[in-house]
Design a protein. Structure first.
Length: 293
């Protein structure tokens, strides 16, 4: 009898452990730069994003830029909601070039397609507008946001990955160069059944080059060297591991070794706020001091 009870207890513990085992997650997808070339080029805006669905990047972009042609020229922008801190919040009203004014030209957009389970979700970013769409199991329009928050370079999709079944996220970077410094800001946007929305703001990185008391040419560089969804889940959403690497060196001293410092942190889902929480207080503190120096 005792043996049977012990076996039942072991079986119950095994079932609980198995039920709580984290589900696997797909690795991040690199953002891909597209070109305005014929569809025979697999990186063309006119080529299908995946074989199973004959939907192209230009199909998604034309939801916001209805007269965009295969050369990247357009004259009209449909109304699109800007995110907080957008460089051009007037984008929400839409825009059209007046008669006689030249067409606008879109720089090469970026895209990423995320597959998770039976779903495939596409993100395309051009002229500061992030557009998303479901490709599988059936085509369905997602959302569109104006996501440019820096007046410098146009934003790009760096990575994308699934968060849970039927929901994926795109990591978008905004950046600019000033003499002797570079500022780079990241934002995470998710497309799910609740629409396209920002679910995390950060990290913000700061790199600079300037003379120092102990180094004639001090070069500090920060970069996002790692981001991946984890099997661990909070509120049904995958935790996200991030790594920022900072290198510090004297460019005028070839014999001096660069000093590396890594900041590791994990983002977890806040079900009440419907967004991710977390970050590196040490990284934020260092960059705040440097920017105010």
């Amino acid at each position: 009898m005792k043996v049977q009870m012990r076996n039942r207890a072991l079986l119950s513990a095994l079932l609980l452990t198995t039920a709580a085992a984290p589900a696997p997650v797909s690795p991040p997808v690199e953002g891909k730069v597209l070109v305005f070339e014929p569809a025979t080029n697999p990186g063309s805006v006119s080529a299908p994003l995946i074989r199973e669905a004959r939907i192209t990047a230009i199909d998604l972009l034309r939801r916001v830029f209805p007269d965009l042609d295969n050369k990247g020229q357009y004259r009209t922008i449909a109304p699109v909601r800007p995110v907080a801190g957008a460089t051009a919040p007037e984008m929400g009203a839409g825009y059209a070039q007046a008669n006689g004014e030249p067409s606008l030209t879109m720089q090469p957009p970026t895209s990423a397609v995320v597959r998770g389970g039976r779903h495939a979700i596409a993100f395309v970013l051009g002229a500061g507008v992030l557009v998303s769409d479901w490709l599988l199991p059936a085509p369905a329009a997602g959302g569109a946001l104006f996501v440019q928050i820096d007046p410098g370079d146009e934003p790009v999709i760096e990575r994308a990955f699934p968060l849970r079944e039927g929901e994926a996220a795109a990591l978008v970077s905004n950046s600019h160069w000033n003499p002797g410094e570079r500022v780079e800001s990241y934002r995470l946007y998710a497309q799910g059944f609740s629409g396209l929305r920002q679910v995390y703001g950060g990290p913000s990185l700061y790199s600079y080059f300037k003379p120092d008391a102990q180094c004639e040419n001090l070069d500090i560089r920060q970069s996002l060297t790692g981001i991946r969804p984890l099997a661990i889940r909070h509120g049904g959403y995958a935790d996200i591991a991030m790594e920022v690497t900072e290198s510090a060196g004297c460019t005028n001293n070839e014999d001096a070794d660069s000093k590396l410092r890594k900041f590791h942190f994990t983002l977890t889902w806040d079900a009440r706020a419907k967004r991710y929480r977390g970050g590196s207080p040490a990284l934020e503190r260092i960059n705040k001091l440097r920017l105010n120096d």
